[in-house]
Design a protein. Structure first.
Length: 698
């Protein structure tokens, strides 16, 4: 019983233990559940709080322009952190240094190493960015501190908080610039400062005002007796009703005798020009508390301005006179065809101009030499060489150039240069004038030619007179001799021969005198030419026939005239005279054979040709055929000795020319060309074009 009772007690106790154990387990589960709920809720709240903190941190970082990065010692790399604290991007030291100025980055590295080595706990480093943003380099302030350490206290990573302080620096720079400007303005604005109280009593003034008003002792003017209304410049100002005013005053202190102004004590004399600004100072109720005045004495400025205006007026007058003088010089240079010349030995350059204000032409040495004509190039080279050696003597040279003027004449220039000596005693340049001597040289050359011609003419006249006296004396002697025979005893049957010889000599003398008179008129340009429309086809044949009146019976004459009508504008009288003369000369030197005359109009010229088969002209006499009283190798005259010179002069004065070809015993060919205008040209038919008009005079 006791066993069972004991067993029952044990079982009873075991049940209670199991129940207790179950209760404990249930309580534990309940505690765990409650704890879990509390932990989960706290975790959620922490997450929410963390998010809020991250949001606030992000706002703080963004508002404060902050960035966070780490330097991990083990990897030796830099890591930028995101706003949540995660690794955003890592950089090697070389890559990370690209964000900053090289020298500043060295300071940053030194600060990192000081923290890693335990030398410092925190380091503040200022850096500049390597690139520019909007024209400015950004400024950063980086605070370095320990991020993590191991159990031995060794630093594992360094935390860097980077603050962008660019705007602060810009504001500081701006403020410094403003302060510098204001300080500069304040220091440079030396104005008079005066302060009056509400009763107009002078209470203070600065040193500048003392200097302006001649005050040597400030205490003397601050004793309460100096009033604003006693100041001559502000005596009309009503202080009670004063407003901010800008004034300008002109005061003549020599006219002020009032003792209130103390003019004599301050030593003020003469006129003072003064400008000022008066500003009343009032309280909130508008009650006047004082008057502040800032001004300055502008007497010297005004007088300087007056002197400046007078100087400007004088300068303008002088400038006008100089310009007028320069214009006169330039006008004189242009009118006189003179150029100013400057030669610079250091630059080897010659400058010429007809304007005193500017250079118009520049020539190198080679150009100067090439512009001279070949026979003067040595002289130009010599003059340039002397100037290159900086000789102190004047340079005078006259040269003929390859340049030509409007009349196609080679230009002659005369240079007269003097050396301009500098302060060092060396020649700086050569200055002078260049004159155009072309007209003068041409005049001298013409004078020389005319002198030579005059001498030749004189000799020619002497020869002409000698020849003429000889040529006239010969027929005159015949006339005189046969006339003497008529008066002496003679046979009557000889009288007819005597009279014939006298007629012949008289005719020769008459022809010679007529030719001399005509030649004299031609030499003096006294022959007048009358041009009119003439049918030259008819005139040509008639004039040829008249010239051949004395032709020998053994001579055959022919005329080649291809024109039925040839109306030209020409002087028919003198051209007919030329044709008759040439045809007559051909008759004189052609005893047998033929004489041919022909004409042709081509290219504005009338060409006449006379050919014969007479005795011709020898080679030695041909070049002198158009000279006066020329005789051939057999001492024979050509006609009167003046025929060909007359024909040549007359043809030339009509604007034409004459050519002569001849050989001894082979005949003579003479061509005359006269310019004229054809009105009508009508040629003969083909069967008549070359039909010669033959005429054998019996």
């Amino acid at each position: 019983m006791s066993f069972f009772a004991a067993k029952g007690i044990v079982l009873y106790n075991l049940d209670h233990f199991v129940m207790f154990l179950v209760a404990v387990m249930l309580f534990g589960i309940l505690v765990i559940f409650v704890y879990n709920r509390i932990y989960i809720g706290r975790t959620k709240r922490n997450v929410i709080r963390q998010k809020a903190q991250n949001t606030r941190l992000a706002l703080v970082l963004k508002a404060g322009r902050l960035r966070i990065w780490k330097y991990v010692l083990s990897s030796r790399r830099y890591h930028f952190l995101s706003e949540e604290g995660s690794m955003e991007q890592d950089y090697s030291p070389i890559e990370f240094s690209q964000f900053y100025d090289r020298d500043d980055f060295e300071s940053l590295r030194k600060g990192v190493f000081d923290i890693c080595e335990g030398k410092k706990k925190t380091v503040l480093v200022s850096l500049l960015s390597s690139s520019k943003d909007g024209g400015y380099r950004r400024h950063y302030e980086v605070t370095l501190s320990v991020d993590k350490s191991d159990e031995q206290g060794r630093v594992l990573s360094v935390l860097g908080i980077q603050h962008d302080v660019t705007e602060e620096h810009r504001r500081i720079d701006y403020v410094n610039q403003l302060l510098m400007r204001y300080q500069t303005v304040f220091n440079s604005s030396l104005v008079d400062m005066l302060f009056y109280d509400n009763k107009g009593v002078l209470k203070d003034l600065n040193e500048r005002a003392c200097e302006a008003f001649g005050v040597s002792d400030r205490s003397f003017v601050l004793d309460g007796s100096f009033l604003l209304k006693n100041n001559p410049m502000f005596e009309d100002v009503e202080i009670e009703y004063m407003e901010s005013t800008r004034t300008s005053s002109i005061v003549d202190f020599s006219n002020y005798q009032d003792e209130r102004y103390h003019i004599d004590e301050f030593g003020l004399k003469g006129k003072m020009y003064y400008e000022s600004t008066i500003n009343p100072i009032r309280d909130a109720d508008g009650k006047l508390e004082g008057v502040f005045m800032a001004g300055r004495n502008i007497t010297e400025m005004v007088e300087s301005y007056h002197r400046l205006q007078a100087g400007i007026k004088n300068l303008q007058q002088v400038t006008s006179d100089i310009q007028h003088y320069i214009q006169n010089i330039n006008y004189a240079l242009r009118i006189s065809d003179v150029r100013m010349v400057n030669y610079y030995p250091n630059r080897f350059t010659l400058e010429m101009s007809d304007n005193i204000s500017k250079s118009q032409m520049r020539f190198s040495q080679l150009r100067c030499i090439r512009l001279a004509s070949p026979r003067f190039r040595r002289a130009v080279s010599s003059a340039l060489n002397r100037m290159d050696h900086q000789t102190h003597y004047n340079i005078n040279v006259t040269i003929e150039t390859e340049l030509r003027d409007k009349k196609r004449r080679q230009i002659w220039l005369m240079f007269n240069l003097v050396p301009i000596i500098g302060q060092d005693g060396n020649v700086e340049r050569y200055f002078g004038l260049c004159r155009n001597l072309t007209d003068l040289v041409e005049t001298e050359q013409r004078l020389a030619v005319e002198t030579k011609k005059a001498r030749e003419t004189e000799l020619l006249k002497q020869a002409f007179l000698a020849n003429m006296s000889y040529e006239i004396r010969t027929p005159l002697n015949n006339v005189v001799g046969f006339a003497g025979l008529l008066t002496s005893e003679h046979d009557e049957s000889d009288e007819a021969a005597f009279v014939e010889q006298i007629k012949k000599g008289t005719n020769s003398m008459l022809l010679l005198v007529n030719d001399v008179l005509l030649l004299s008129q031609l030499d003096a340009n006294m022959v007048e030419y009358t041009y009119q429309d003439v049918d030259f086809a008819q005139v040509f044949e008639s004039r040829c026939q008249m010239g051949w009146l004395s032709v020998s019976p053994a001579v055959k004459t022919t005329i080649d005239n291809p024109y039925e009508n040839l109306v030209v504008h020409i002087d028919e009288s003198h051209l007919g005279y030329i044709i008759e003369k040439v045809c007559h000369l051909a008759c004189l030197f052609t005893v047998q054979g033929r004489i041919n005359a022909r004409c042709e109009y081509r290219r504005g010229e009338l060409v006449i040709g006379i050919e014969d088969t007479g005795i011709g002209i020898d080679e030695a006499t041909l070049p002198h055929a158009f000279e006066r009283f020329v005789r051939d190798g057999q001492n024979r005259l050509c006609g009167t000795g003046l025929d060909l010179p007359i024909v040549q002069l007359m043809a030339q004065q009509m604007g034409g020319d004459i050519e002569l070809e001849s050989k001894a015993n082979n005949g003579t060919s003479l061509w005359i060309s006269i310019p004229c205008e054809a009105k009508t040209i009508e040629k003969r038919h083909a069967d008549k074009a070359f039909n010669s008009s033959e005429n054998i005079l019996l």
